[in-house]
Design a protein around this ligand. Sequence first.
Ligand code: NAD
Ligand code: A1AUG
Length: 527
Amino acid sequence: MAADTGFKLTYGTMFNPPEELHTQFDETLARMKTHLGQEHAMIIAGEERKSAEKFENRSPANTDLVLGIFQKGTIQDAQDAVTAAKKAFPQWSRTPWQERVALVRKAASLIDQRIFEFGVVLALEVGKNRMEALGDAAETADLFRYACDQMEANQGFVKEMGRDPLTGYLSTNFSVLRPYGVWLVISPFNFPCALTGGPTGAALVAGNTVVMKPATDTPWTARLIAECLRDAGVPDGVFNYVTGPGSTLGQALIEHPDVAGVTFTGSFDVGMRIYRDFGSGRWVRPAILELGGKNPTIVTQHADLEAAAIGIVRSAFGLQGQKCSANSRVYIHESVYDSLVPRLVELTNKLVVGDPTSRSVYLGPVVNKSSYRDFQNFTGQIAAAGHFLTGGKVLTGGEYDKGYFCAPTLAELPLDHPLWKQEMFVPITTVAKFKDREEAMRMANDVDYGLTAGFYGAPDEVEWFFDHIEAGVTYANRPQGATTGAWPGFQPFGGWKGSGSSGKNAGGLHYVQLYMHEQIRTLVRKI
Ligand SMILES: NC(=O)c1ccc[n+]([C@@H]2O[C@H](COP(=O)([O-])OP(=O)(O)OC[C@H]3O[C@@H](n4cnc5c(N)ncnc54)[C@H](O)[C@@H]3O)[C@@H](O)[C@H]2O)c1
Ligand SMILES: N[C@@H](CCC=O)C(=O)O
């Protein structure tokens, strides 16, 4: 991104982008706004596929605005997509891994070339602010490249093992990682680029063929990924893009016996159901599940409170609290509570809420009416049991009346309230004080989730935090985000406990291997 400026966009660097990036975003937005509302087909076996029923993709910032018309894919479409992927598998899996790497790298470059188009689509259909939107697209290209780098660093995962200590024979052994077959990728609305593209890139590089199904709220971003793969020259049928409801199309894909593996990213409840349904096949198949979070931050009396305040507010309210990594619980040492909380409130009150494509806006709308109602329900519960430090209301009047806008909300709540353990996925964060850090750690770990966690304290407290916290991605003393903002190759992303099934993080050293099973090849020759 903006190579001539030397700027590398990550979620850590996105707060100070070069001016050129804004200019290009604005130009692309103006151009794209003139032809919204077009119809987009699915792609099955390399062909554009339309279905009888359609659905509208509307902007959550302005529900009058129809962004595009998408296909309500049927069970037949699901079957056709799996058939196409199955047919393409033998040739793709036998394509030398170096050629697969070259094609996926080319697709990554095409994402880079279209990055502002991706950014505009992500801002319009998800409601991401422009930097979050561009970040999601840039992360996707880097996830593609990271999977390619891993294939190369491991020479395609063909490794010679020990030779058997036999007399009169030469017995060689090789470990070879090989693809499974048809891989299903089901993605959530909140990172429709990285969480559709990341698993797809890894699955393809490994030699699987793919069926990708995005969330109903975010079909457009996934269509752009499909176009980049197609335009890079990935053969017909190797990837297939279908759109439609999870409960029908998604379920049909999960139940299809020819699907060899799945990566599902989404809520705990849907993920666990998929895990059980997928487990009812004829044999055990790999299911990579990336699920929800209830991410804590602990602030001790030795913390840099300004760094803590900035990091917490960024992670609590970035993307309207709709990140699996969002900082939804904050535990603060009682001696610094009265210093830190007013600063959290002050920074929260400065956040601009509005049209996510506007440069000054930090919080766009929540994604749909259901999330808007969730916010009203949760704030109702908080009003009854605790109290708001700031926020607590949906926003109305003017442009707010057309979309799903909510005030970023900080609240105090009794520690035995169920909302301390439930993922809310809206811009609400609860804060509480603690007396000693062991108590804070107990509370931090006392949830079913274990995705990300943050800590602010003295350097000699940091190892204690890392050693005791139960989470897959952990950050200490980080103003760029207390619990959010992982980047491939820097902070591979994945969860423990109810937050993830594989124990290996995306964009990391052990990820692409999840898309392959091992074959040991022993060859004996008499000598
Ligand atoms: N751990 C992670 O890396 C990670 C990342 C992003 C989001 N998430 C989680 O995702 C959730 C938010 O996303 P969401 O609201 O889109 O999640 P969701 O669970 O409602 O939906 C996720 C996907 O599953 C599909 N789906 C729904 N029912 C299905 C079924 N029966 N069969 C097959 N597919 C089905 C949906 O259409 C969508 O594509 C949050 O819980 C968040 O924490 C986790
Ligand atoms: N990878 C993102 C979160 C993705 C989940 O929603 C982060 O690190 O903040």
